[in-house]
Design a protein. Structure first.
Length: 416
């Protein structure tokens, strides 16, 4: 990224950065939106729509700095302080002993001049901004210096060797200062939204911020074309949840289809395979309901466990269906009784041993193991209950008898 696409030192870039910060909070304050009313304070893409906290915020007290933390705004105000005045004089620039509330000092002419020492000349910007960051004066409200306030918003490469490569120096000469190279600056805006909100609301909020950001870039100078709006991981979180939701249900559907195919081929009875898969589907629905009841949002752990549930719950239904298929008896009731006598104790003991093995994970310090234990415990318990109650009841009512549903028998008959 060279000076062509990111150069905050030009007069146009300085003014645009300041206007962006003020438009960020006030909405269309700078009239940069070509009459588009959606960017007004009450518009669809305005501060309120972007969930900025703007109510009862007195401009004269500059309370909005706690909502929008902007190095450009603070740098401009610093130039009007006594310390900023001395720095201006040290750099051969005129000092204006006026406040930022001086009338007509918030607009600029076509030549980007104003009645304030802002914007500063491009060749003096690096020295002036460096002095601003190194000023040890503390803010009376926050009790922080400029460096403490903006150290996470001003990105420097302090290991940059300016004398080793002339070509590189030319690329970054617009923002090379004593400490290295000024890579980027950010303005931080605070919203009133909870990070863990519904992903659909989060994506809608992202769209509004992205529309505002695109609009500001469209009217910005060419040297600020690399500007972008980012979040502290919220946007990625919302889109991840959107993807997880679709991929999770797709994974569940594919797993159930694969289970049906495998059970049909291995067990040989398509009806028993269908009953088994339907039972597994009910267990999956119960597990999803369990996560809703305990208040767990869909995340990576939940998405993985929803699919794992199918693999853990299939064993019991498979064993019971196989026992029914091989059971002795001419009626459904006789075959179910034979199935329970043959496999019931094994299913119950297997479930109990798994539950006991899972129980210690509830006391693990890691959230993943606690959630995984909860999923396993509920899955095994539900699988055992369904396998010993619901599944036998279905088979006793409409279970296949004789060669009904036996695909290999049908295929063998077709070959004759």
């Amino acid at each position: 990224m060279d000076c062509t696409f990111y150069n905050p030192t030009t007069a146009a870039a300085q003014i645009w950065s300041l206007q962006t910060c003020q438009d960020l909070f006030y909405g269309n304050w700078t009239e940069l939106h070509g009459g588009d009313e959606s960017f007004l304070p009450d518009g669809d893409n305005g501060p309120k729509a972007r969930m900025m906290v703007t109510e009862n915020t007195p401009m004269e007290d500059f309370y909005y700095y706690s909502k929008v933390i902007c190095p450009a705004q603070s740098f401009r105000d610093w130039l009007l302080t006594d310390t900023g005045c001395l720095s201006l004089l040290d750099n051969g620039l005129q000092c204006f002993n006026e406040t930022s509330q001086r009338p007509n000092c918030t607009t600029w002419g076509d030549n980007t001049s104003s009645c304030e020492p802002y914007p500063v000349p491009s060749d003096k910007y690096s020295d002036m901004f460096s002095a601003f960051m190194q000023d040890n004066t503390t803010n009376p409200t926050s009790r922080l210096t400029n460096y403490d306030t903006f150290k996470t918003q001003v990105f420097m490469d302090d290991e940059f060797e300016v004398d080793t490569d002339k070509a590189i120096l030319d690329d970054f000469s617009c923002r090379t200062i004593d400490e290295g190279v000024l890579l980027a600056m950010s303005a931080v805006a605070t919203t009133d939204q909870d990070f863990a909100q519904n992903y659909e609301d989060g994506i809608s909020l992202y769209d509004k911020w992205d529309a505002w950001s695109a609009q500001m870039r469209s009217v910005g100078p060419r040297e600020m074309a690399a500007t972008a709006q980012v979040s502290n991981g919220a946007w990625a979180f919302y889109f991840l949840n959107e993807t997880l939701l679709s991929e999770t249900f797709l994974g569940i559907m594919l797993s159930l289809i694969l289970c049906f195919v495998v059970l049909t081929i291995v067990g040989g009875n398509i009806i028993l395979a269908a009953f088994s898969v339907f039972t597994i589907l009910l267990i999956v629905i119960d597990i999803i309901a369990f996560t809703v009841v305990v208040g767990w949002d869909l995340g990576v752990i939940e998405a993985v466990n929803y699919v794992v549930v199918i693999g853990m719950s299939i064993d019991y239904s498979v064993h019971m269906s196989e026992a029914f298929n091989e059971g002795h008896g001419k009626t459904r009731a006789d075959k179910v009784k034979s199935m329970l006598e043959e496999m019931g104790v094994s299913v119950l003991s297997g479930a109990l041993s798994t539950l006991l093995a899972t129980f210690p994970m509830f006391f693990a310090p890691n959230t993943f193991f606690v959630k995984f234990a909860s999923f396993m415990f509920c899955t095994i318990a539900l699988s055992c209950i369904y396998a010993l109650t619901f599944f036998p009841a279905v088979l006793a009512t409409i279970g296949p008898l004789g060669n009904t549903g036996m695909i290999w028998v049908r295929i063998s008959n077709l070959r004759k």
